[in-house]
Design a protein. Structure first.
Lengths: 201, 248
C-alpha cells in the first residue's frame, strides 16, 4: 500500500535524477522568477526537460529509470533549486532510511484520520458492514431465524428421546428456539438493544 | 440437464475402508487441493519479490491482507489480531473455492453443507475453547445479561444459550445455501437455453432471453461468491470477539 503511494509521487516528476533532498518537489518549475533566468546555469537544458530516458517507474533507490544528462548537471541544478526549496523540506534528514520512516509515520497518521474506524468503538458500523447488499441482508436475517428454530426443535427432540417426556421438550424448546430466532434477527438488523452476545455494547 | 448433477461426489481414488466407511479421494478433495495450491502459489509468488513498490500480484496479496486485517481489527479489536491466521485462511480458502465454482465444469466445494459445517464448527469450537481457556467460567457470563429481573433470568438465559448454539447452523447454512441456490439457478437457466434452442430458428430467438439472464446471473454469482466469503469472515470475527471479550 505504501509503495503504491510512493510510486504515484515519483511519477509526477519523471525525469528528476537529483540527490535525495530534491526528490520532493519539481525543480524544473521554480516558484519565483522566469525560466530563462533560472535555467541559465544549466548547460544541457534541452536534455534536462526532455531527457532520453524520461520515464521513471519506481523510486530511484529501488532500480527506477536513470537519466544521465541530469546527473551530469547535478551540481548546477542543486544550487539553482536551493532557493526554491520549501522550509519543511530543508529540515528533512538526508538519510534515506530516516526520511522513509518519517514518511511512513506521517502516512500512518494521515491514514488514521481517513480511517477512524480502526480505533472506533461504534458497534453499528460493522453490523452494517456485515450486510453490504439487500440480498445478503435478507438472506442473513432469514437464516438467523430459521437456524434458531431448527436448533430449538432438534434440542427438544433429543431431550424428548433421552428423558421420555415426549411432547413437552419439543414444545418448550421450539418456542424457545423461536424466541431466540427473533432475538437473533433483531440483533442482526440492529433493532434490538445489544445483549451479551452482541460484539460491542 | 439435471441441475443437481453438478454437485455429485465422485470417487476418484479409493484409499481405504475403515469400519465399513469408504474413504476415497473425491472430486471435492481434488478441488480443495487445487484451491489450496492456487492460494499457495498466489501468496508465495506475491511475496517472493518483497518490493517496496508492489507489482500486480503483490498488490493482490497486500490488498487481501489489509482487507482482512482491517475487518478483524475493527470487529474484534487489536487483540483479535492473534486470530488473523485463522480468519485469513478461512477467508481466502472460501473465496477461492467459491470463485473456482463459477468456472464451467468445476466443482463447487462450498455447495456441500458438510464442508461449510466443518468451517463453522471450527470457528465455533475455537470460540468455545478459547473462551473457557482464557476466561474460565466467566465465559458463561456471555449467557447472563446484566440488569435482568431474577424471575425472568432463567428464560432469558435459555434463549441466549439457544441463540448461541444456533450460530454455527446459520453460519454454515448461509454459505452453503447461497452457493447451492446460485449454481442451481445458473444450471436451470442454462438448460432453458438448450431446450428452447431445440425448436429451430424461432427457438434460437426465444433462447436469447435465458441466455442473457444466464450472463447476468453469472455476474451475480461472482458477486455472491465474494460477498459470502466476506460475510463468513466477518461473522467469524464477530464470534471471535465474544471469545476475547465475553464480559461486555
Amino acid at each position: 500500500m505504501y509503495g503504491m503511494l510512493r510510486r504515484k509521487k515519483s511519477r509526477r516528476h519523471p525525469c528528476v535524477r537529483a540527490p535525495s533532498r530534491l526528490v520532493e518537489r519539481p525543480i524544473f518549475l521554480p516558484r519565483q522568477g522566469g525560466y530563462s533566468v533560472r535555467f541559465q546555469g544549466v548547460a544541457a537544458e534541452v536534455q534536462f526537460l526532455t531527457c532520453i530516458n524520461p520515464i521513471q517507474y519506481g523510486p530511484r533507490d529501488f532500480g527506477g529509470g536513470y537519466c544521465r544528462d541530469l546527473a551530469k548537471t547535478d551540481a548546477g541544478v542543486e544550487s539553482m533549486a536551493d532557493d526554491a526549496r520549501e522550509k519543511g523540506d530543508r529540515e528533512q534528514p538526508q538519510d534515506n532510511e530516516a526520511a522513509l520512516s518519517a514518511r511512513f509515520k506521517r502516512l500512518g497518521e494521515q491514514l488514521g484520520h481517513v480511517h477512524p474506524d480502526r480505533h472506533s468503538d461504534d458497534g453499528t458500523s460493522e453490523r452494517r458492514a456485515a450486510d453490504p447488499s439487500a440480498i445478503a441482508r435478507g438472506f442473513r436475517l432469514s437464516t438467523e431465524l430459521v437456524a434458531a428454530v431448527v436448533v430449538g426443535a432438534a434440542l427438544g427432540w433429543l431431550l424428548d428421546r433421552w428423558l421420555g417426556i415426549s411432547p413437552w421438550g419439543m414444545i418448550v424448546f421450539l418456542l424457545l428456539g423461536f424466541a431466540a430466532g427473533v432475538l437473533n434477527v433483531m440483533r442482526a438488523a440492529g433493532v434490538a438493544a445489544s445483549g451479551p452476545l452482541d460484539p460491542k455494547q | 440437464m439435471d441441475p443437481i448433477h453438478q454437485f455429485e461426489i465422485k470417487n476418484l481414488l479409493p484409499i481405504a475402508h475403515i469400519g465399513g466407511i469408504e474413504i476415497a479421494f473425491t472430486n471435492s478433495a481434488l478441488f480443495m487441493l487445487i484451491g489450496l495450491a492456487t492460494i499457495l502459489l498466489l501468496m508465495l509468488g506475491a511475496t517472493r519479490s518483497r518490493a517496496l513498490v508492489p507489482g500486480r500480484l503483490q498488490t493482490v496479496a497486500e490488498v487481501s491482507y489489509e482487507f482482512v486485517a482491517t475487518t478483524l481489527r475493527s470487529t474484534a479489536g487489536p487483540e483479535g489480531m492473534k486470530f488473523f491466521p485463522l480468519v485469513f485462511s478461512i477467508f481466502m480458502f472460501i473465496l477461492v473455492l467459491n470463485l473456482m465454482g463459477i468456472i464451467p465444469y468445476a466443482f463447487t466445494v462450498t455447495s456441500h453443507i458438510i464442508i461449510t459445517v466443518a468451517f463453522a464448527l471450527l470457528v465455533f469450537l475455537t470460540v468455545v475453547i478459547y473462551g473457557f481457556w482464557q476466561h474460565g467460567l466467566h465465559f458463561l457470563k456471555l449467557f447472563v445479561p446484566s440488569g435482568i429481573p431474577i424471575y425472568i433470568l432463567p428464560l432469558v438465559t435459555a434463549i441466549e444459550v439457544l441463540s448461541f448454539f444456533s450460530r454455527p447452523v446459520s453460519h454454515s447454512v448461509r454459505l452453503f445455501a447461497n452457493m447451492l441456490a446460485g449454481h442451481i439457478t445458473l444450471k436451470v437457466f442454462g438448460g432453458f437455453v438448450v431446450m428452447i434452442g431445440g425448436f429451430g430458428f424461432l427457438g434460437w430467438l426465444g433462447a436469447a432471453l435465458p441466455l442473457a439472464l444466464t450472463t447476468v446471473l453469472t455476474a451475480l454469482e461472482l458477486l455472491v461468491a465474494v460477498l459470502q466469503a466476506y460475510v463468513f469472515a466477518i461473522l467469524t470475527c464477530i464470534y471471535l470477539n465474544d471469545a476475547i471479550h465475553p464480559g461486555h
